[in-house]
Design a protein around this ligand. Structure first.
Ligand SMILES: [Zn+2]
Length: 54
């Protein structure tokens, strides 16, 4: 059974236009690095690198 408390809601923002396009949750215990994902940004109209916001 998964324990609550290690997972945090994070916002992923486009590194090009800074739009906050995605939300995700991560396990802060297992994932200490900031999340970086290639996602489609509808503002840019293409795939861009999205990084975790605070
Ligand atoms: Zn963008």
């Amino acid at each position: 059974m998964a324990k609550v408390g290690n997972r945090q809601e994070k916002t992923l923002a486009c590194t090009v236009c800074k739009s906050q396009n995605y939300r995700t949750s991560k396990n802060v215990k297992n994932t200490t690095d900031r999340i970086e994902l290639n996602k489609f940004c509808k503002t840019c109209g293409k795939h861009t690198l999205h990084k975790e916001e605070k």
